[in-house]
Design a protein around this ligand. Sequence first.
Ligand code: SOE
Length: 385
Amino acid sequence: MKKLNVGIVGYKFMGKAHSNAWRAAPLFFDLDAQPVLKVACGRNQESLKKFADHWGWEHTEKDWKKMVRRDDVDIVDISAPQHLHYEIALEAIAAGKHIFCEKPLAMNLAQAREMYEKAEKKGVTHYVNHNYRRCPAVRLAKKLIDDGKIGRVFHWRGAYLQSWIVDPNFPLTWHLQKRFAGSGPQGDLNSHSVDLARYLVGDVRTVACMTARFVKERPLPDEAASGTFNGKSAGVAKGAVTVEDAAFMTVEFVNGALGSFEASRFALGRKNYNYFEIYGSKGSILFDLERMNELKFFDGGDPADAQGFRTIIATEGVHDYVANWWPPGHIIGYEHEFVHAVVDFVKAVCSKTKIEPNFHDGVKEMEILDAGLRSAKSGKVVVLG
Ligand code: SOE
């Protein structure tokens, strides 16, 4: 069987989620090529070695430029923080590698556009990882909409709420610094909701947004002991928070629907609350990541005495991806979405077809997120060009 060698940059939360996906995909799905965990790349050689040995990456590399140029690498998996996506992607494109990139695609719209144009020109497969699109219940939502069961969509209501930085002593990790993250929850969390909204409702025409920064300074981090969702400060020295702590956006979609997006890391009790509602002329849909095997569906055509939201458990083999896992009722989890993404990515590489969301979707998403930040700054509604 043909082999596809993967080189990954990053070995923390996403490095782990992606490594698991590259390993599990061929075990559960029939693929036309076998992904090989070839090279892992990262700064701290001790941690990298541990990571590589644990997940079975054959080699390690300190310098991502070297890794990207290796002849034995076909796919570059960018699991590193945002500020590295652009540079690594451009180098990978120049070397003719296919790219599996974490979200958000880039630090800003200009970078995203360049990445997309160059990837297209070179003819490599490009993908931006919005894993939630590949949750079977979300696929069911898409199917209900495409089958006309929701009718004309009037409203999108999305919330992505977390709480890991409510404590003002949570240190100033890279996520809270503009030069590394580009933005706060707007890029980190609203990017997921915007991707889901574009997938399910469509493109956006106008954007209005408000942001807030609740904690202006934080202790500097002990880098080795800090990451996403956990942090340890290095001492008493503090630094300035340079991204927003919350971003609330309202939009008008091209099809006339109105949407709202709430993204915050200051929602105590909410650990990773990714929630949306879609209201249409014939029916409505509710999705909650914390109940990710379920979709709530209200059918406006039901008789008056039987109306109400029904809970569909999307674990029957008829749902996308599900037949490859367990018998009905045997639920799946967060990590499965990444496996599904790898499955579709390998298919796209082998068949030379496009996968979504790709860098084009990354650009469209970045247009909305950037417009939101501009609107928050100016206090004005931004109309997308
Ligand atoms: C942190 O907010 C984070 O890890 C995001 O970066 C992910 O994209 C999200 O899926 C979970 O939370």
